[in-house]
Design a protein around this ligand. Structure first.
Ligand code: MG
Length: 380
């Protein structure tokens, strides 16, 4: 039996890689649903190859014109379309590869419909982990990480030795500015920040990698996924991105997961779990890699990493504020409205001016999210 899969965000970097994994294992997987935002041209090509039963696009106008070209496919649109697609009866596994907080509701919709979820959209856990994880437990679904570090942890996680875990170590490539002097950070351009040394990814996550905000988000993501305290999660810079993460157990043994940096490796594991399938991922040859180096993160240059630990400890809606503020600040940086170092300053200012006390519910989280967006907008 083929596993039936829907992909939310099929035209982004993770979506495209997921479809490549599926295409290389046609006897194992079948695509039933695809959703994109604005890149309908690519979605159409994907529809011709993978023949989904149902698709969803950003706007009603896009949906109407797509429906005319594909009369036998159910075409939906907007947030409701994403949620309906996530709940679609025949899908067994939903790949959540949207970007930002807009993935929260569709992910919850998939879990609520008892679908297994493969999560790439880390902001869902950063902002709403407190709501999402209890729902995962309640519905008894599999919740599989695609993020390479979390996939690595998941692969070396000994469930029966959960209480023997001392700490986990998330590796960070360090981004394009690892060796750039701090004094020159104010002149960093979006073009420079978009050149990631190891990974080819979407714009938001590439900027987040350049500020190390991405690693901060991953600390919060790991806290929710593996039920660890922030103090059990450490970050080490590892420029080659070959060791994806490690778990240290109390007997002094540390387990790591290694591969060349190719998202198809963690994606294939999330799709095929608990089995492993053959992939065309380039094989690791350590003698060719030669050197694996590790260093402490520079908190002076990258203040957002430390901030995310504070936010993780504070909990409540603070992680949602952090995510929303970053989303808006990164957009403003890409539009050249603010400088690179102002991204962190705006986020810090937004968080420190928050004084409300909201109940920790989906509504509270979404309200905090909109508040932070407005606040950063005002500050800009
Ligand atoms: Mg990652």
């Amino acid at each position: 039996m083929k596993k039936k899969i829907s992909i939310l965000g099929s035209t982004g970097s993770i979506g495209v890689n997921t479809l490549e994994v599926i295409r290389s294992a046609p006897d194992r997987f079948e695509v039933v649903g695809l959703a994109c935002g604005a890149n309908v041209a690519l979605l159409e090509k994907q529809m011709e190859v993978f023949h989904p039963k149902i698709v969803s696009v950003g706007t009603e106008a896009m949906a109407l014109s797509l429906q005319q070209k594909f009369p036998h496919v159910e075409v939906l649109w907007g947030e409701e379309g994403l949620c309906a697609l996530a709940q679609e009866d025949c899908a067994e596994l939903v790949v959540c590869a949207l970007v930002g907080a807009k993935g929260i509701k569709p992910t919850l919709a998939a879990i609520g419909a008892k679908k297994d979820v493969a999560l790439a959209n880390k902001e869902v856990l950063v902002a709403a982990g407190a709501v999402v994880m209890p729902e995962v437990q309640k519905q008894g679904v599999k919740f599989l990480p695609i993020d390479s570090e979390h996939s690595a942890i998941f692969q070396v996680f000994e469930n029966h030795n959960r209480s023997a875990i001392e700490k986990i170590t998330l590796t960070a490539s360090g981004g394009p500015f690892l060796h750039r002097p701090k004094e020159t950070f104010s002149s960093i351009t979006p073009e420079e920040a978009l050149k990631h040394p190891c990974w080819s990814m979407g714009k938001r996550i590439t900027i987040d990698s350049a500020t190390l905000m991405n690693k901060g988000f991953e600390v919060i993501e790991a806290h929710w996924l593996f039920n660890l305290t922030p103090s059990q999660i450490e970050v080490v810079v590892h420029p080659q991105s070959v060791v994806h993460s490690l778990i240290s157990y109390r007997d002094g043994n540390t387990l790591a997961c290694l591969s060349l940096p190719d998202m198809k490796a963690p994606i294939s594991y999330a799709l095929s779990y608990p089995e492993r399938i053959s992939t065309e991922v380039a094989r690791l040859n350590l003698a060719k890699v030669k050197e694996l180096t590790f260093l402490e993160p520079d908190h002076e240059k990258f203040p957002l990493l430390k901030l995310s630990y504070e936010v993780a400890k504070k909990g409540n809606v603070f992680p949602a504020l952090l995510n929303a503020a970053d989303e808006v600040a990164v957009e403003a940086f890409l539009k050249k409205q603010i400088s690179f170092i102002q991204i962190a300053k705006l986020i810090e200012e937004t968080l420190s001016s928050y004084s409300k006390s909201l109940p920790l519910s989906l509504e509270g989280i979404l309200e905090a999210d909109s508040w932070a967006r407005r606040k950063v907008g005002e500050l800009i």
